[in-house]
Design a protein around this ligand. Structure first.
Ligand code: G4P
Length: 576
């Protein structure tokens, strides 16, 4: 498995850089309707090795963003800084970093948000999906649904995203396509609208039947990494199709499959697709570039346009709103280790972003001038002049300190987005330097920047003001990443000293922290919290850690205690 970040950086370097435009108008403005209408963004959900990177490469090829798939990989490998950052990712074959790639295709501007493939990173994935308008579920045609696909699908469903399914690797021996369709509808309780269907598999894979256009796409294998050469033949020219397929058995199977698709499968229902009740399904081979183009064409047609976002007061913010607004959904430190930077990724929800404009930082009320913004792999690599709803911009987060995940940025009157929920942490431990004389300054800086990314949460033991943070994560691997990156990026060798608690519960997080602590202290006085560990989150709110589910259940069911225990807590609307 390779990294989209490598692709992004290397591919950006291959593109001609346009001369920067000088922007004079910095006042808030609505986004031009045609710019909103042509934006499509999506996140890919898949099990590791299903072919996410390969598919992305092929999509970039269609966007004329790269000249040859694989070329970017070769080029990227020559760039030390990029490969250093990804050392652990490469070594372990998992995708840790997330990024957003942008390319133009068929008049549309496509933003592809990368989602990490490992189970331990589901929280990060959740946030990325929360910023996307569509999901593409990539399935290995030889294996069908796999654990991580199932888990991520669950997340996409909670976000009510339209799901497009691409069944990959048909150039290898594959499961029966009907079996894959059955699996999807049975496991996910999801209707499947067949849009393309494979003609053969493995060595005999010839192309796809396009059910929407009633035509076939027949491919001739080309050099790896290049666009495949294709012949599209309408079903009306039936004899020509048979002749070109040149395999009686395959041809008969195609006839039968077409019949079944038309008679037995539901037609595409746009409304159901948008609500996530139906998935449109495509088959192909990302590696051989077979079936990718019909999928991309349909995605441009059917994919959801930038959607409105829910606000805290039960209202929604429309992309056409006349003021700029966006929210931070992801943080990433040391994208370029030479600069020790930390990037906050902002999903633009409404209005026009213009370089140099003044915005309000919702949580602190501070006025900020957004002098520089980056769009990875945008048309201007070094800076974004303008961005519109559906785009993702990267803002520098000075010393990792200004932005937090969920923060709103806006012009005009105040905007508070529905916060992004998080997962309940299940592993806890103190992060400590392992060498005597380690630089406390580097340690503190590393901790601040890495924890600002939000992959692990920082808690503090009540009454313990020691310098070593108590980390809370959904999975063990997140600790390993922090330890690895502390060493690799900040030069501080660290270890996590685990504490043996497995369940976290916030107590009355909706209350001001002192009132919530008063509820905890009252319960403690009554002897109800024996064995609990008292911690506070970054907002000073009480978090109780437990060893067993039984105690938690008992406390949750005890109406007299009124502890209001919750497995996770949304950040408060305003700064504490
Ligand atoms: P990921 O990002 O989802 O983890 O998957 P990635 O694209 O890295 O693909 C994983 C492996 O599957 C790669 O093989 C890749 O070449 C292969 N693959 C992806 N799509 C297809 C396809 O449509 N058909 C076939 N036959 N293989 C496919 P690898 O051996 O790990 O890497 P490489 O040596 O090919 O680069």
């Amino acid at each position: 498995m390779r990294s989209l970040l490598l692709l992004a950086t290397a591919a950006a370097a291959l593109r001609p850089q346009p001369a920067p435009r000088t922007t004079t108008k910095l006042r808030a403005a609505a986004a031009p309707p045609d710019e909103i209408a042509r934006r499509r963004n999506f996140a890919i959900i898949s099990h590791p090795d299903a072919g996410k990177t390969t598919l992305t490469e092929k999509l970039l090829l269609y966007g004329d963003a790269i000249q040859q798939a694989g070329m970017v990989k070769a080029r990227a490998n020559g760039r030390d800084s990029t490969s250093d950052f990804l050392a652990m990712e490469k070594e372990r074959g998992i995708s840790i970093s997330s990024t957003c790639l942008t390319f133009e295709y068929g008049g549309a501007r496509i933003n592809l948000m990368d989602t990490p493939g490992h189970a331990d990173f589901s929280e990060d994935t959740y946030r990325t999906l929360s910023a996307a308008d569509n999901a593409v579920m990539l399935v290995d045609g030889g294996k069908g649904l796999e654990p991580q696909t199932r888990k991520l699908f669950g997340v996409a469903r909670r976000s009510n995203l339209p799901v497009f399914t691409f069944v990959n690797k048909l150039d290898r021996p594959a499961m029966s396509p009907w079996e894959v369709l059955d699996e999807i509808s049975a496991e996910f309780n999801l209707e499947t609208a067949v849009r393309t269907f494979p003609i053969g598999d493995g060595e005999r894979f010839r192309g796809v039947y396009d059910a929407a256009k009633d035509e076939v796409w027949l491919y001739t294998r080309t050099e790896r990494g290049k666009k495949a050469s294709v012949e599209r033949i309408s079903w009306e020219d039936r004899d020509e199709i048979s002749e070109k397929i040149g395999d009686e058995e395959l041809d008969a199977q195609l006839e039968e499959d077409r019949e079944m698709i038309r008679e037995l499968t539901p037609p595409l229902d746009d409304e159901k697709l948008k609500k996530g009740e139906m998935t449109s399904v495509y088959f192909g081979s990302a590696m051989g570039d077979q079936g990718v183009e019909p999928f991309l064409d349909e995605f441009i047609d059917l994919g959801s346009r930038p959607a409105s976002r829910p606000l805290r007061d039960d209202k929604t913010l429309e992309p056409s709103h006349s003021e700029f607004a966006g929210f931070v959904f992801k943080m990433q430190a040391n994208l370029d280790p030479k600069h020790r930077d930390c990037m906050a990724y902002v999903r633009v929800v409404s209005g026009t972003f213009r370089k140099g404009m003044k915005v309000i930082h919702g949580r602190t009320g501070r006025s900020l001038t957004l002098a520089t913004a980056t769009m990875l792999f945008g048309s201007d690599r070094d800076g974004v002049e303008e961005a519109f709803p559906g785009d993702v911009i990267g803002l520098n987060n000075p010393a990792g300190g200004l932005f937090q995940i969920g923060d709103a940025l806006h012009t005009g009157s105040s905007v508070a987005f529905e916060p992004i929920p998080s997962f309940s942490p299940e592993v806890f431990g103190y992060l400590r330097p392992t060498e005597v004389g380690a630089s406390r300054k580097s340690f503190a800086k590393g901790v601040d920047q890495l924890l600002a990314e939000g992959a692990v949460q920082r808690l503090k033991e009540r009454g313990n003001d020691g310098p070593d943070p108590l980390l809370a994560a959904v999975g063990e691997l997140q600790f390993e990443v922090v330890v690895d990156r502390m060493q690799g990026e900040y030069g501080v060798s660290c270890a996590v000293e685990r504490v043996s608690y497995t369940i976290a519960r916030w107590c009355r997080p909706e209350l001001p922290a002192d009132e919530a602590w008063a509820a905890v202290d009252a319960a403690k006085k009554e002897g109800a919290l024996t064995g609990a560990f008292y911690a506070e989150d970054m907002f000073g709110r009480p978090v109780l850690l437990f060893r067993n589910a039984y105690t938690v259940e008992r406390l949750e069911n005890d109406a007299d205690l009124d502890l209001g225990l919750q497995p996770w807590a949304l950040p408060p609307a305003t700064a504490p």
